[in-house]
Design a protein around this ligand. Sequence first.
Ligand SMILES: Nc1ncnc2c1ncn2[C@@H]1O[C@H](COP(=O)(O)OP(=O)(O)OP(=O)(O)O)[C@@H](O)[C@H]1O
Ligand SMILES: [Mg+2]
Length: 331
Amino acid sequence: MAQVQPVLELTGVSVAYETPKGPVQAVNRVNLTVMPNEIVGLVGESGSGKSTMAYAIMRLLRGNAGVTEGAIRVLGEDIYGMDPKTLKKFRWNKMAMVFQSAMSALNPVLTVEMQIIDTLRVHKPEMSRAEAQRRAGDLLDLVRIERKRLRSYPHELSGGMRQRVVVAIAVALEPDLVIMDEPTTALDVVVQRSILDEIQAIQAQKQFSILFISHDFSLVSELASRVAIMYAGRIVEIARGDSLSLGRRHHPYTEGLLRAIPELTADDVVIEGIPGHPPDLVNLPSGCAFHPRCSAVMDICRTVRPEPIVAGETLMECHLFTKQEVSESGS
Ligand SMILES: Nc1ncnc2c1ncn2[C@@H]1O[C@H](COP(=O)(O)OP(=O)(O)OP(=O)(O)O)[C@@H](O)[C@H]1O
Ligand SMILES: [Mg+2]
């Protein structure tokens, strides 16, 4: 049987920001694969490197940031081996991104229709104006906004509507991969819910892969078939979404995050966080970067960095686990 090609493949990818204090290791030898039509979640505390990784995949790192090792492939093509012309065709046509600050991602002086038409025509120059206009209407239907809103300016729309427009623009050219960086964080819970339902419906209809970035664990585990957990620039675990409950064995950091989800009981709310703070990314702790905060720390954790153990579609980077244990829980 022919092997299915991943839509996204990161192998040993590191990204650093050059600063006067030294390089900030924002992404640290990351391995991650996203298959066709798969939704993969990426979670981790603020500053763990999620957005940096997203920008690296889009080859949109700027200024003092750069990929220092590893390879990023989208549909089998090396993103950093591409000439600028090929890259330009690749972006938005094959891979698109909903940015974290999506509220400001829209141009305030263009109507919704002009923004959508612009995106279509810039990235698919062969498309006629009439065709782009027709597609703009279809895209609003897709994200359930009335077509009369085509003539609205961003400031005339609610936050939820603006976010829907941003999603419409990301899927406009039917890319194979859409990276969504905290697409609903700024919105209230009810609006968040409805946009997530729409994202799921659009994904099912249009068939593309999503890398869904969030710090909201419960939300991600509901949406994604697999969830990558990032700590201090490293992916410490990749688990199946349906395995993410406290009854199952996980990386101590994952367990900490799971415990941090408020548990609603009859009369009180229990929130148990992870003590301590994420490390300084200029001076990472020796061994496992999580060891100073880990409740299960062993001697080896202070000196030896755990190697990632890959078992099928899951991954574990922790000395507590043997290869056999990981493959048993991953199969
Ligand atoms: N331009 C920069 N120069 C130096 N360090 C930076 C720069 N941008 C980001 N960083 C650092 O890189 C690390 C990763 O940042 P990043 O924005 O990728 O995290 P994140 O996981 O997306 O966080 P959040 O959940 O808050 O969005 C952080 O420690 C941050 O301080
Ligand atoms: Mg971010």
